[in-house]
Design a protein around this ligand. Structure first.
Ligand SMILES: *Cc1c(COP(=O)(O)O)cnc(C)c1O
Length: 460
């Protein structure tokens, strides 16, 4: 094809974006198009398509960061070309990653001020959970081998965990022993453990911020029960804390709560930098109490500034910007900044909980006090209502709010709940507007018809 002809087909930057060949035809969806198109045109067309996604700021289902300072965006841009795996080429990025690990070891009270703690950044809590789960499995297997005992049936004991632990169990061939949630409880209760742990238990996962209800499982009490079990049976079972969300909340809002390395039985902790750590999507953290908690044969060594650097990861290449942004946030906010942001979030969540309690149809499962800045609730008497929480989700969605309804874990599946998370960037007024929309939606659902207002009429 002649070049001038090709140009004509592809469009030129002189065209109006919406009079260009690309915007006149459906986009190529199954093969790379033959011809190039000016970037501004492609950008506009894709921007329009992305408008069909939900609006992240109104997504009250996600724990993940949806708001960023301009400086975070600029740092992310500066780091676009940095591969965090290339420690030798980008030694400052590697250095900043290790500063973050030290900061978290200190925040989570690793012994000796964190000097012996080991850890790494990951793509999120899921990868961190895989690494921490593997460390538990390796330690258990080494102990069993030394004792000449079989190593073919490892199990991991936990409550209502996030799906990443089901993945860990399946991918790495570990039996997941999920303890059913007792009626009236929101997570694993210490007294349940006895019936589930045995000589093949590689560890117990305690969750700081249960995904379903946003409460904390009682880490110290779980550890104390394992102390009693050890005294009686000799089984020495480590605890891993899945602090995906709570790891960046508890240190600031509940500093006296003992859930971290202050509890001697806690061997490792994971958390999501991209949740309440406030970093952009794509960073998590895995930390071990000390080198004894992380078997040496899981660690690889790379060269770094002429020296040797231990690394541990499932991924190889990964962007460095999220880790830099995490360090920016530590420096930018300080402890005081994190505390103020989350006090504001907690007050907003507690205010919403009071409004939801007053609306009538709901029973609160969690009122935003004592754990994550969030609210969870259920319909008090679902059978006598003509609508379900799923209907309420749909009506709220008409105003752009994303407040999903979902069943509790398998053993409590008959209970459907809703959950609202209050994060950095979600303010009090926005939540009041949500509450107004909830009241309006409830009235419409009770009446069994949409109100005139929601049909869009301005006449009455
Ligand atoms: C979100 C979450 C995870 C998974 O974390 P990602 O960072 O999304 O991979 C694991 N556990 C809990 C309790 C969570 O809330």
């Amino acid at each position: 094809m002649a070049l001038h002809k090709a140009r004509e087909q592809a469009g030129s930057s002189a065209d109006d974006v919406f009079a260009s060949p690309l915007s006149e035809r459906p986009l190529s969806k199954r093969a790379i198009p033959e011809l190039p198109t000016p970037p501004d045109i492609v950008f506009q067309v894709l921007r329009n398509e992305l408008l069909l996604d939900g609006n992240a700021a109104q997504n009250l289902a996600t724990f993940c960061t949806t708001w960023a300072d301009d400086e975070v965006r600029r740092l992310m841009d500066l780091c676009l070309d940095k591969n965090i795996v290339d420690k030798d080429e980008y030694p400052q990025t590697a250095e900043i990653e290790s500063r973050c690990v030290n900061i978290l070891a200190n925040l989570w009270h690793a012994p000796d001020g964190g000097g012996n703690a080991v850890g790494c950044s990951t793509t999120g809590s899921s990868e961190a959970a895989m690494l921490c789960g593997l460390a538990l499995k390796w330690r258990w297997r080494n102990r069993r081998r030394e004792a000449g005992l079989p190593t073919d049936r490892p199990n991991l004991v936990c409550g209502p965990v996030q799906v990443c632990w089901e993945k860990f169990a399946r991918y790495f061939d570990v039996e997941l022993r999920q303890v059913p949630v007792e009626s009236g409880a929101t997570g694993l209760e210490p007294h349940q453990l006895r019936d589930y742990v045995d000589e093949n238990t590689i560890g117990v996962v305690a969750i700081l911020g249960v995904t379903y209800t946003c409460t904390y499982e009682p880490v110290a009490e779980i550890a104390a029960e394992l102390d009693r079990i050890q005294a009686e049976t000799g089984l020495d079972i480590p605890v891993h804390v899945d602090a995906a969300s709570g790891g960046f909340i508890a240190p600031f809002l509940h500093p006296d709560l003992s859930w971290d390395f202050r509890v001697p039985r806690v061997a490792s902790i994971n958390s999501s930098g991209h949740k309440y750590g406030m970093a952009p999507l794509g960073v998590g953290w895995a930390l071990w109490r000390d080198t004894a908690a992380l078997p040496a044969d899981l660690v690889f060594h790379v060269s770094y500034l002429g020296g040797d650097m231990p690394t541990l990861a499932l991924n190889f290449s990964r962007p460095g910007g999220q880790v830099i942004a995490q360090y920016f946030l530590f420096l930018r906010l300080g402890r005081e900044g994190y505390r103020r942001v989350y006090e504001a979030c907690a007050h907003t969540a507690q205010g919403l909980a009071r409004q939801i309690a007053d609306m009538g149809p709901f029973t609160l499962l969690y009122d935003g006090v004592g754990a994550l800045p969030a609210v969870s609730y259920t319909l008090t008497d679902p059978d006598s209502r003509r609508w379900s929480l799923y209907d309420l989700t749909d009506r709220l969605r008409m105003r752009g709010w994303q407040v999903p309804s979902y069943p509790l874990p398998p053993d409590r599946q008959e209970t459907v709940i809703q959950r609202v998370l209050v994060r950095h960037g979600v303010d009090r007024d926005e939540i009041d507007l949500l509450a107004d929309d909830m009241r309006r939606a409830i009235k419409e659902l009770d009446d069994g018809r949409p109100s005139d207002a929601s049909r869009g009429g301005f006449h009455h």
